[in-house]
Design a binder for this molecule. Structure first.
Ligand code: NAP
Length: 486
C-alpha cells in the first residue's frame, strides 16, 4: 500500500504576482494548507501600489502573464497597470488563492522553532509552518531622495508609488524628480494636461520609444477563439524578448547592432542641445532600458522643460538648482525609485542555531540559484539575489522559481525529505560562476543603477534567460543538505 502524502503547512509572504503564482500551483497540486500574508488590504503587489498616471507594463503583456492562466483579452501590446492589476486579482479569485490571503497581516519575524518556522505578524499573531516562501517583490520599498528642504515644500509632494489621486493636476505646475522607467511614463502621460511639467533629470537614460495601439476587436476575438494561436503569441513574445536580452547581454556584433538601434532613437530629439543633454554616457542596456510610448515626444513639447542642473534644495515654492534658479512648482512627484536590495527585510528572520538573515547576508545578499539560502531550511524566495530581472518578464521568472520550489515541496509530501537547504559549498560555487560571468555582461560596462548592490556587485543573472529556466528545472541533489523524516 502506498504511504499517503503528507500535507505541508506553507506561509507565503506577499500576495503579489509571485505569491499568487505559487498559490495557484499549490492549489493545482492539491496542497490546500497555505496562507498568504499580505500587509495591504488587497492583492496585486507592485500593480496595486503603483497607480501613477501613465502606468503600463513595458514588457509585452502576452508574455507578462502566467502560462497557466493566459488572458486573450489584453487591450494593448503593453497593457495599462490597472488592467494588469485586475488580471492578477482575477487569477487569485479563479484559482481560489484569494481565499487563502490574510489581509492587513504584515510579517514582523520568522523564527526557526523546534524544527518548523514560526511566522509572527506585527500585530503579534504567530503560527507554525513547514515551509516559508518569500514573495515580497523586488521594487516595493520607495526610495525617497535625500534633498535639503524637501519637507518644507508647501504643496503636495509624494512618491510615484504613493500617488495621491486627490490632488488635482490639471492646469498646475508639476515637478517630476527622476527620469527612470516610472518618471518617463509619468511625464509622457502628464505632458499636455498640466500648465507646466518640469522634469528634473540627474542622469539621462536610454529610451526606446514604441507605439502601443489598442488591439482590434478581431485580434481579441482570434485570441479568444483560438487558444493555440494565443499560446503561439505568448511564445513568440518570449522568443523576441529572450533573443533581445541574450543578444545585448554579451559583447559582440548582436550587442553592437542592438545598441546602435537604441542610440538611433535619440534622433527623435530635434534640438541638438536638448539631444546632448538627454544623451547618456554609459552603454545602452547597462541600466534598464526605458520602453516608452512617447517620452522623447513629451520632452520636446513647449509645456515640458527638462532641467539638468543638479538640485540644490527644495523650497516652499519649488526646487532650486545649483545655478541658483528657482523652478516654481505646485506639486512635486518623486519618481526616485526603490530600494531593490531589501528583499524580505524589514521582516527579521532567524534560522536554526540563531543565524539571522542579516548575519548570513553581512557581505551582501546571496542565494543558491536565486531561490534558497544556506542555513535556512525549507525557505525559498522569489526574485532573490541574481534573478534575471533586467527587461525580462518577472512573471516568467516567478513561474520557473515556483516550479523549483514545488519540486522540493512534493518531495517533502512523499516523505523523501523533512528539511532542505542549499549547502554553502554549492552556493559559493554558484557565485564563483556568477562572478566569473558578470564582467562580460552589459550591466558591468560602467554605470550605476538599482541593479548594483553592496560592494558594487551586480545582482542580476549573468546568463541568458533560457539558462535560468534550465538551471532551475535541473536542481542538483548534491547542492542541498536534507534531513529525512524519523
Ligand atoms: P529608477 O529606475 O531607480 O529611477 C529613479 C530615478 O530617480 C533616476 O532617474 C534617478 O536618478 C532619480 N533620482 C533618485 N534620487 C534622486 C535624487 N536625490 N535627485 C535627483 N534624482 C534622483 O526607478 P523607477 O523609474 O521607479 O524604476 C525602477 C524600476 O521599476 C524600473 O527599472 C523597472 O524595472 C520597474 N518599472 C517597470 C515598469 C514597467 O512598465 N514594467 C514601469 C516603471 C518601473 P539617477 O539616474 O541619477 O540615479
Amino acid at each position: 500500500m502506498r504511504t499517503p502524502l503528507r500535507q505541508p503547512r506553507i506561509a507565503i509572504i506577499g500576495a503579489g504576482m509571485s505569491g499568487i503564482c505559487l498559490g495557484a500551483l499549490l492549489t493545482d497540486a492539491g496542497i490546500e494548507d497555505f496562507t498568504l500574508y499580505e500587509k495591504a488590504s488587497s492583492a496585486g503587489g507592485t500593480w496595486r501600489e503603483n497607480s501613477y498616471p501613465g502606468i503600463a507594463c513595458d514588457v509585452p503583456s502576452r508574455f507578462y502573464q502566467y502560462t497557466f492562466a493566459r488572458n486573450p483579452d489584453w487591450s494593448r501590446p503593453m497593457a495599462p497597470g490597472a488592467e494588469i492589476n485586475a488580471y492578477f486579482a482575477k487569477v487569485a479569485r479563479d484559482t481560489g488563492v484569494h481565499d487563502r490571503i490574510q489581509y492587513g497581516a504584515e510579517v514582523a519575524r520568522i523564527d526557526w522553532v523546534d524544527g518548523r518556522w514560526s511566522v509572527t505578524t506585527t500585530a503579534g499573531a504567530s503560527a507554525a509552518y513547514d515551509f516559508v516562501i518569500s514573495a515580497t517583490g523586488i521594487l516595493h520599498h520607495p526610495r525617497y531622495p535625500d534633498l535639503d528642504g524637501l519637507d518644507t515644500f508647501a504643496g503636495p509632494a509624494f512618491h510615484s508609488a504613493r500617488w495621491d489621486h486627490a490632488v488635482p493636476l490639471e492646469g498646475r505646475r508639476i515637478g517630476v524628480i527622476g527620469t527612470g522607467s516610472t518618471g518617463a511614463q509619468i511625464v509622457t502621460d502628464l505632458a499636455g494636461s498640466s500648465a507646466e511639467l518640469v522634469v528634473f533629470q540627474r542622469t539621462p537614460h536610454w529610451v526606446m520609444q514604441m507605439r502601443n495601439p489598442e488591439f482590434s476587436r478581431l485580434t481579441r476575438w482570434l485570441h479568444r477563439r483560438f487558444p493555440r494561436y494565443d499560446a503561439l503569441t505568448y511564445h513568440g513574445s518570449r522568443l523576441f524578448i529572450e533573443s533581445f536580452s541574450s543578444a545585448l547581454l554579451r559583447p559582440g556584433l548582436a550587442r553592437r547592432f542592438g545598441q546602435w538601434l537604441i542610440r538611433r532613437q535619440l534622433r527623435r530629439i530635434e534640438d541638438p542641445t536638448l539631444r546632448a543633454r538627454l544623451t547618456p554616457d554609459f552603454e545602452p542596456m547597462c541600466r534598464r532600458l526605458i520602453i516608452s510610448t512617447g517620452y522623447y515626444d513629451a520632452v520636446q513639447r513647449d509645456d515640458v522643460r527638462v532641467v539638468t542642473e543638479a538640485i540644490d534644495q527644495v523650497e516652499p515654492t519649488g526646487v532650486r538648482t545649483a545655478d541658483g534658479v528657482l523652478h516654481e512648482c505646485d506639486v512635486l512627484v518623486l519618481a526616485t525609485g526603490f530600494d531593490s536590495h531589501a528583499y524580505l527585510r524589514p521582516a527579521a528572520m532567524t534560522g536554526p542555531g540563531g543565524l539571522t538573515l542579516d548575519d548570513a547576508w553581512a557581505d551582501g545578499p546571496r542565494a543558491y540559484r536565486t531561490i534558497a539560502v544556506p542555513g535556512f531550511p525549507n525557505f525559498f524566495m522569489f526574485m532573490g539575489p541574481n534573478s534575471p530581472v533586467g527587461n525580462y518578464s518577472l512573471v516568467a521568472i516567478a513561474e520557473a522559481q515556483a516550479s523549483a520550489m514545488l519540486a522540493w515541496i512534493e518531495r517533502w509530501r512523499r516523505r523523501e525529505v523533512d528539511t532542505v537547504a542549499p549547502t554553502t559549498e554549492a552556493t559559493d560555487a554558484f557565485y564563483r560562476d556568477v562572478d566569473a560571468a558578470m564582467p562580460a555582461t552589459v550591466w558591468a560596462t560602467g554605470c550605476t543603477s538599482w541593479y548594483v548592490g553592496q560592494g558594487g556587485r551586480v545582482e542580476l543573472f549573468p546568463w541568458a534567460p533560457k539558462r535560468f529556466r534550465s538551471m532551475l528545472a535541473a536542481i542538483d541533489d548534491d547542492a542541498f543538505e536534507t534531513t529525512t523524516p524519523a
